[in-house]
Write a protein that binds this ligand. Structure first.
Ligand code: SF4
Length: 332
């Protein structure tokens, strides 16, 4: 977790009303004109040097949010302001510089590594694409970055299949870092790893953030992991942001019933302390046919009549804490 949360003059990233709708022309062979609202009017800011966590169950839109921000998937609408320019409006040539400064780290780096290429050659690619340095400097830079992520210089000459899962994620980090970025979007970077390896990678991320002054968007479904690394956390459900708060505040006083349910499932480390798990009724609704009003009302233990009829607005509860829930209509 960064110590730089007081650097809050201007956000390095300001996501405004981001939407990604996919059209679904056919469902089970029948024609439909429905849209899947994978990301629906999501807004948040990230400040320099901090880690913003993005959590929610599988399919909530958190990964699509991260990919839309980097235009790996083109968003349907909204703005992604990076250093005061809307990167969704940049030409592909202008966007190249931004791509150098904002890199993505994936859950499974192996699938994106060319099995026939030595790791050193793969890691040189971003330097060649972004014209950073010359041939001799490429090798030096790659050797240096291998060292920074805890790999050895002889790993330069090895092939992807020769590495363990944890080492492959270190390679994924090296590839993201080699072009000297400012922002990393980390999409479930430790979800596929054993718990002991997870903590090594999390510690490494924290060290690298400190050393290079990096800003992170950390996407994950594991609340314990997100709590450990994040300065602030946003909670998503069915494509929408439900609640956002500084990490300590969110864990001490979760306001949204969905956040309360997620946190009730996080084990407590203290002996003899038990907490009651809130079990949500039903499954996550289909994004093809989301509920009316508050999209959480079909599973919410506190749902009221208004919840079916009207979608709650995001409300500012003070100290960086926002929530979208009718329970707080008259409390702000
Ligand atoms: Fe529950 Fe209503 Fe709040 Fe939605 S708006 S989370 S249904 S109480």
């Amino acid at each position: 977790m960064s110590n730089q949360t007081d650097e809050r003059v201007n956000p390095i990233l300001d996501v405004q009303g981001l939407r990604k709708y996919f059209s679904s022309k056919k469902t089970f062979g029948k024609s439909t004109n429905k849209q899947v609202k994978a990301v629906d009017d999501v807004s948040f800011q990230i400040f320099k040097g901090e880690t913003m966590g993005l959590v929610g169950e599988s399919g909530c839109g958190k990964s699509t949010t991260g990919r839309s921000m980097l235009r790996i998937i083109e968003p349907s609408s909204g703005k992604v302001m990076y250093e005061n320019q809307d990167i969704l409006k940049l030409s592909s040539k202008q966007f190249r510089r931004v791509k150098q400064e904002m890199q993505m780290v994936f859950q499974d780096p192996y699938s994106s590594l060319n099995p026939r290429k030595r790791i050193g050659d793969t890691l040189k690619e971003p330097l060649i694409i972004h014209s950073i340095g010359n041939r001799k400097e490429y090798t030096d830079r790659v050797m240096d970055i291998l060292n920074k992520v805890g790999l050895r210089t002889d790993h330069f000459y090895r092939y992807p299949h020769e590495f363990s899962g944890g080492q492959r994620q270190r390679i994924g980090l090296a590839r993201a870092l080699v072009a000297n970025p400012k922002v990393l979007i980390l999409d479930e970077p430790v979800s596929a790893l054993d718990v002991s390896i997870q903590s090594q990678i999390i510690n490494l991320l924290e060290e690298l953030q400190e050393e290079f002054g990096l800003t992170f968007l950390f996407i994950a479904h594991d609340m314990s992991v997100v709590r450990h690394i994040s300065d602030r956390i946003g909670v998503m459900y069915l494509g929408k942001m439900m609640e956002e708060a500084p990490t300590d505040r969110l864990f001490a006083n979760p306001l949204h019933p969905y956040t309360q349910a997620l946190l009730s499932a996080v084990p407590i480390a203290k002996v003899g302390v038990k907490k009651e798990r809130i079990r949500l009724k039903g499954e996550i609704p289909s994004p093809l046919n989301p509920p009316s009003g508050c999209i959480f009302h079909t599973r919410c233990p506190f749902a009221m009549d208004i919840c079916k009829a009207s979608a709650p607005e995001k409300r500012n509860m003070g100290n960086g804490h926002t929530v979208a829930c009718h329970l707080y209509n008259d409390r702000c």
